[in-house]
Write a protein that binds this ligand. Structure first.
Ligand code: SPV
Ligand code: MG
Length: 294
């Protein structure tokens, strides 16, 4: 498959027509293909998922190059628009400019940059260090991203971690407004509360023009019906459900094989090899062999 020529336009059109787009986390080209087949509107090149794939914590250990290589491999295999998780932008505003150039060239449709200090610590861990940049410094990073934008449709999503850092609603709203003023296209607001209340309060209090992005990992009760009812939210990111689904499946199957002393029982419960052939497009290989190998 080829990369869509204007992935950012595709994403913007989907937002305009659907009101709310559903973006599924991916950590590999295969998970991206499965997300596309399931009907998601776009992909989240999640730093958390890729870190976990390497067996690492999501604390800025994965390099930009590792993430970018995976983004390129994913975009080789899907036509879905991709939202790239740039964490803190891999450094300061200069690093953001470099990242913007690279991710646009790779064919991403959007980037998310968060207002934490580098190196960051994953947002969802309890009692983790959460340090935020000064507002002016993060505004500089957003302005740098804008200056590096080649396609005017490319989406720059500013993510505030004010609620994650325990700084409260007023700080989150102040930061969101400051990031809008600096030229962000959307505001991602994150929370690790166990209920949607904190995010719902934020959304109700948000009087800015920019649409909001949510990642309801910690408060799964915030389903799409509830999100739509709130209004103002244009994107929901299912932040780590590909890697968690993969871990669930592997843990179950591996445990069964050990317990059963063989693969005789699980064989019927997992996809047949033919399904993997389908995902690998073995039919195309066979057709090419018939045509070209002499
Ligand atoms: C990610 O998936 O890498 C995210 C979302 O940034 S979260 O892990 O919830 O912070
Ligand atoms: Mg992340």
């Amino acid at each position: 498959m080829t990369i869509h020529q204007r992935p950012a336009r595709v994403l913007r059109d989907k937002i305009a027509s659907a009101g709310l787009v559903r973006i599924m986390a991916t950590h590999s080209p295969l998970s991206a293909r499965l997300a596309e087949e399931a009907g998601f509107d776009g992909l989240w090149a999640s730093g958390f998922e890729l870190s976990a794939l390497y067996g690492l914590a999501d604390v800025s250990l994965i390099s930009m190059t590792q993430h970018l290589d995976m983004v390129r491999a994913i975009l080789d295999q899907t036509r879905l628009p991709l939202v790239a998780d740039l964490d803190t932008g891999f450094g300061n505003a200069i690093n953001v400019i470099h990242a913007m150039e690279q991710y646009q060239r790779a064919g991403a449709a959007a980037v998310v940059i968060e207002d934490k200090t580098f190196p960051k610590v994953t947002s969802l861990a309890a009692d983790a260090r959460q340090e935020l940049l000064r507002i002016a410094e993060f505004q500089g990073k957003i302005e740098a991203a804008r200056a590096a934008r080649r396609d005017p449709d490319f989406l720059i999503i500013a993510r505030t971690e004010a609620l994650i850092a325990g700084l409260g609603q007023a700080e989150a709203l102040k930061r969101a407004a400051a990031y809008a003023e600096a030229g962000a296209d959307m505001i991602l607001v994150h929370s690790k509360e166990k209920t949607p209340d904190e995010i719902e309060r934020f959304v109700k209090a948000w009087s800015g023009k920019l649409p909001i992005v949510v990642v309801p990992t910690a408060y799964p009760q915030l389903n799409e019906a509830r999100i739509r009812a709130l209004g103002k939210i244009a994107m929901v990111i299912y932040g780590n459900h590909a890697i968690r689904a993969a871990v669930t499946a592997m843990q179950n199957v591996f445990a069964r094989i050990v317990a059963d002393g063989g693969i005789q029982n699980v064989d019927k419960e997992i996809v047949p090899v033919d399904e993997i052939f389908r995902l690998q497009r073995m039919d195309q290989i066979k057709a090419a062999e018939r045509k070209f190998l002499r």
